[in-house]
Design a binder for this molecule. Structure first.
Ligand code: SME
Length: 152
């Protein structure tokens, strides 16, 4: 069982005082990816222009470079502002397969301190139905602690 509180405390210590979004994303991805055998691809997509996501820091195999808000699990999370837990990617209409081995996925919107969506966190697993509500809650807390904290 993943201990998201312990993971969150480690990430908070590693990112203390840092305000650069790419530096924060790179550190969060590294710690998440190496914390759990279920995580086969871990990465951020950034909202670089209206209705467009562009790849950010990631770990794992190749990641697609650009995703419109109208497509994929990532697009759905950015468009709706809602966490997407997909037990079977083949059953998700419009799923974008960057890797042929992915079976399930979780995608969370990332918000800044103003509540604006600045991107999404995408985690893929080669196992079916790898993610659940505890993951959404634990990952969501880490994202708000790091990206929604007031910037002095
Ligand atoms: N599967 C995602 C695309 C990104 S790859 O998983 C890295 C999607 O459907 O949006």
């Amino acid at each position: 069982m993943q201990d998201y509180s312990e993971l969150g405390a480690r990430i908070a210590a590693l990112t203390e005082g840092e305000t650069d979004t790419v530096a924060l994303m790179a550190t969060v991805v590294c710690e998440l990816h190496h914390s759990d055998d279920r995580f086969d691809w871990t990465g951020f997509y950034r909202a670089t222009e209206p209705e467009v996501l562009k790849i950010g820091p990631y770990q794992g195999g190749h990641g697609c470079l650009v995703i419109p808000y109208s497509r994929g699990v990532c697009g759905a999370a950015a468009r709706t502002g809602e966490v997407q837990i997909v037990d079977d990617v083949d059953a998700f209409p419009g799923h974008i397969a960057c890797s042929a081995t992915t079976r399930s996925e979780i995608v969370l919107p990332v918000r800044n301190s103003g509540g604006d969506i600045i991107g999404v966190l995408d985690i893929d697993s080669d196992r079916p139905a790898a993610f659940g509500p505890a993951d959404a809650e634990g990952l969501g807390r880490i994202l708000s602690d790091v990206f929604a904290r007031p910037r002095s």
